[in-house]
Design a protein around this ligand. Sequence first.
Ligand code: SAM
Length: 281
Amino acid sequence: MTKTKIIEWLNKSASLLAERSELASLEARVILCHVLDKSREWLVTHPDFELDNLQIDQANQMIGRILIGEPLPYLVGKQAFFGLDFKVTPDVLIPRPETELLIEECITWLEEHPTKRKLADIGTGSGSIAITLADRFEDLQVTAIDISEKALNVARQNAELIKNKTQIEFIQNDLLENCSDRFDVIAANLPYIPSEKLKSLAVSRHEPILALDGGIDGLDLIKRLLQQSRNNLKPGGMIILEIEEGQSESVQNLVDKLLPGVEKSILIDLANHPRILKIMV
Ligand SMILES: C[S@@+](CC[C@H](N)C(=O)[O-])C[C@H]1O[C@@H](n2cnc3c(N)ncnc32)[C@H](O)[C@@H]1O
C-alpha cells in the first residue's frame, strides 16, 4: 500500500483546484482539516503525517465535488462571517463578505444611538446579520424573519451555537406582512438578482433560488419591504439594505416614490461598488 503524506496530497490537490480557483491552496487545506478534524496550525506542523485510505478517499471526493462547482462552505458545513463561524446548508445562502459593510454600518449607527435597540433582520437566512449584531450588542432586541422554515432552522442552530438565542426571536413570515411591531432598524439582504440574469449565473445551481431571485428587475422584494416599512419603522429609525451594484439609481428612485422626503445614501464597498442603501427617517 503506497502512503500519501499530507504535504503530497496538498500539493497535488492544490494544482487540480488551481484550474478553477484562485484560492486553491487554501481550499485544499480547508478540506483536509475537515476530513482529519484538525486545525490549520496542526496541518502546517505535520506535513509528513501519513493519510490512511479512508481519509484520502473522503478528501478526494470533496475535491471532485468542488471541481464540478459545489461551494466549499456547503461541503464543510460552515462559513466565516465577521469573525464568527456560521453553520451553512444548501437551505441557506452562504454569507458573503459584501454583507460585512452592512454590519459595519449598523454597528456605527447603533453605537451612535444607544437608546435605539429594536432591530429586524428581514430574510435572515443563516442568521448572519441578526446573530452578528446580537453578539455585538448585548441589549439589542432582534427579530429575525424568513419565509423559509428550513432556513430558520439553520439560523436557530447558529443562534444556539454562537449566541444566547433568547435575545433573538425567529419568525416565519413574508417580509413584514401583517407585522404590527415597530423597529429602530430594519436591516435586510433580500434576494435582488433579476430573474433572467440569475438563470445564467453558476450560483443558481447550488444556492437556494428563494434567496437570490428578486423578480424581473431584482427589486420586487425591496419594493415591498420599503412599502411595508412605512408602518414598521419608528421615527428616527434607519432602513439599511444590501443592493446589487447596478441598482443604485433605480433603488433611489423607488425610495423617492415610496418614502418621499427621507434622507437616503448609497454606500460604496472596498471594490468601489455601490452596495448598500441607507435610509434615515
Ligand atoms: C440573499 S439571502 C440573505 C441571507 C442572509 N441574510 C445573508 O445576508 O447571508 C435572502 C433571504 O431572504 C429570504 N426570503 C426570500 N423571500 C422572502 C420573503 N418574501 N419574506 C421573508 N424572507 C424571504 C430567503 O429565504 C433568504 O434566506
